[in-house]
Design a protein around this ligand. Sequence first.
Ligand code: ARG
Length: 462
Amino acid sequence: MDKMWAGRFGKQLDERVNDFNSSIRFDCRMAEEDISGSIAHATMLAKQGIIPWQDCDKITQGLEQIRKDLLCGALAIDESAEDIHMFIEAELTSRIGDAGKRLHTSRSRNDQVALDLRLYLRKEAAEIKSLIISLADTLIDIASKHTRTVMPGYTHLQRAQPITFAHHLCAYAEMLVRDVTRLDNTVSLMNECPLGSCALAGTTYDIDRDFTASRLGFDRPCGNSLDGVSDRDFVMQLASDLSIASVHLSRMAEEIILWCSWEFKFIELDDAYATGSSIMPQKKNPDIAELIRGKAGRVIGDNMSLLVMMKGLPLAYDKDMQEDKEAIFDACDSVKLCVSTLIPMLATMTVNKGNMLKAGNKGFINATDCADYLVKKGLPFRTAYKVVGTLVAVCSDQGLTLDTLPLQEYKKACELFDEDVYEAIELINCVMRRCSKGGPAPQAVEEEIKALRAALDLKRSK
Ligand code: ARG
């Protein structure tokens, strides 16, 4: 195919260079957005008397037909085209003749691609947002059944203090709510329309940028034509949001992997979300969770590619920016895939409450509560801390736990101990008493769940 810019050139482009230069393999996924943008642009041109209405109608009908033909497969993408913008314009012109050649009046591919990418990523962000909300819903639904399921909370992956499974899951729901807020912020910042920036320096035509901006659902046209064509903040920002979200997913995946190991056995994955080994018949591997953990590296890599690609680029458009698409598309695809796999994986897992409690009963996770017991009887915390430290050592020597240590041993360490210590350090009671706002006590977690549900409903309606 002759290039759109063939007039100035004496030779065809080298075939390898043509492939190297072409972006249609990946930007073809913005066909819908390219068509919507072009229809809005043509309508504005006609309204302003820049092209005849007759041509605008032909352009609109032609583009709508192309949209349909692409959708049903009647029109195949020509892989030798330079990009989706050139392909659609050439196809339109071959169908409707001269009217098609009027479409690119007062427009450049530089503002066209900036527009298409904003439209496309706005839609992707909305889809990812709704998936993340569903994941948070799933976590909260499971949590609401486990507000009394005691498990050890960890620091340094060492058993630390008693919490509940609900409390643990809600921590992830909080992260996801922030992920959604970040996506909302990104979309509101990205919602300025670059169309009308043209190549870099605006245009001599009497265009109406407010019209196209509002037609395409933007809050306003962007304020500077150089910035309009060269800004990719919205791509980097979305990639950064997605990196943070995938860090959350990878942490969740890591805990799932730990929890279904024999060392923990807090949960068991449904057979549909685990795999076997080709040699070890006993194995049930959490491959799916491992992949989710691994994908985070990829998304962070996409984010890095974008930052490094943009770093030091002079204004305005530079071809380097064509590299933005594969990176951000990959980040979006990966996060969507991970979230939509994680939802049913969590919803179908079995929770082994008995093993969670058993793990809680070892490891002295009620030692702080035991010290608090003495503090409530008047001992300064540091002194109480020391007393309990010696008791833990005694238990370790004798193969006992604080719950099974005889009262006379307690008394030996400190006179303030009484029979009621056993009730005070029973795990469920320890959890019940941790009723500070945001803590693991069932009433505190129930409050948290209520607040999370309200926050998610608000986000859903936005
Ligand atoms: N395919 C190009 C991209 O994705 C479109 C913009 C081309 N502009 C240009 N001046 N070569 O960035």
